[in-house]
Unconditional design. Structure first.
Length: 291
């Protein structure tokens, strides 16, 4: 009888131990809001007002092979009348005045690939609400483009800085270093060929970067910013009773998002003959979520 009682007490202790352990694990696995990116070259190409846009006469464009992206601001907005900054701000990246005016601190940027979690916030820290729109301020893009020179086509990687203003020390593409040590306004870019020792950098014209905002009439964004806006197909409701992660996927249109002014009308980007970059803005946003 004593042996049976002893075994029973041991069993109770083991069960209690695992019960406590499970409770601890449950507490540690608090549901989160997770944000990821998707790159879609077939998504509709939009203009600044969120309307379908063709490539302007005298220009050409290509859909880059996107590798990386970074953002510096996320916001959930209840309605089309919610002014920028008045919604629920989920993220605001580090900024600095080291280069003079306020700028995004590129040395602290979070840079991710498609499908990787850019942001993870416990849902208990997200304000409860009924959200119709999402806004994301994009800061950095990294992708492969095709370049023509002397009748031959080459592949290379382009680093595209589309944030309102970015403080950069030295950034690199492969083995190529680009010392900047200062601020660069929206439209700064650097490029290096994949298999040849060639690298260069430049600046797109001020105000030329496309930033689709279909609610510009009721909720405008500052000039020179890159706050892309779009409505959820169905409002995102955060009620505080969530037991699982909420995953938001931001599908970005890369449809002919790298645009230049042509000298030779052949649809090939040829900087050696004076074809200049004019626009590197993402061409639309489609947000979705899984709860």
């Amino acid at each position: 009888m004593k042996k049976i009682v002893g075994m029973f007490l041991v069993l109770v202790s083991v069960v209690s131990f695992f019960s406590c352990e499970n409770e601890d694990n449950t507490a540690a696995e608090e549901p989160s809001l997770i944000i990821k990116f998707k790159f879609d070259p077939d998504q509709v190409r939009l203009n600044n007002l969120g309307q379908p846009a063709a490539i302007p006469t005298g220009h050409a464009a290509q859909s880059p092979d996107f590798k990386k992206i970074s953002a510096h601001y996320f916001e959930l907005a209840p309605t089309a009348f919610t002014q920028l900054g008045d919604g629920t701000i989920l993220y605001h990246a580090d900024e600095t005045t080291q280069g003079g005016s306020v700028a995004i601190d590129f040395s602290k940027a979070v840079i991710v690939g498609e499908g990787e979690a850019f942001l993870r916030i416990p849902l208990s820290q997200v304000a409860q609400g009924n959200y119709e729109y999402v806004r994301v301020s994009l800061a950095y893009q990294e992708y492969t483009i095709s370049v023509r020179n002397a009748g031959n086509d080459y592949l290379g990687k382009l680093a595209s800085f589309v944030g309102y203003n970015t403080y950069i020390t030295t950034h690199s593409i492969g083995n190529n270093s680009f010392p900047v040590n200062g601020n660069r306004l929206q439209g700064y870019w650097a490029f290096a060929l994949n298999d040849f020792p060639y690298a260069t950098s430049g600046q797109a014209p001020a105000g030329a970067t496309t930033v689709p905002n279909p609610i510009a009439a009721t909720s405008p964004i500052p000039p020179g910013s890159c706050v892309v806006t779009r409505k959820f197909a169905q409002n995102l409701v955060i009620n505080g009773n969530e037991t699982r992660d909420v995953v938001i996927t931001l599908s970005l249109s890369t449809n002919n998002s790298f645009e230049w002014q042509e000298v030779t009308a052949d649809g090939k980007y040829e900087p050696s003959i004076g074809e200049n970059v004019v626009d590197m803005g993402l061409r639309g946003l489609i947000p979705s979520y899984v709860k």
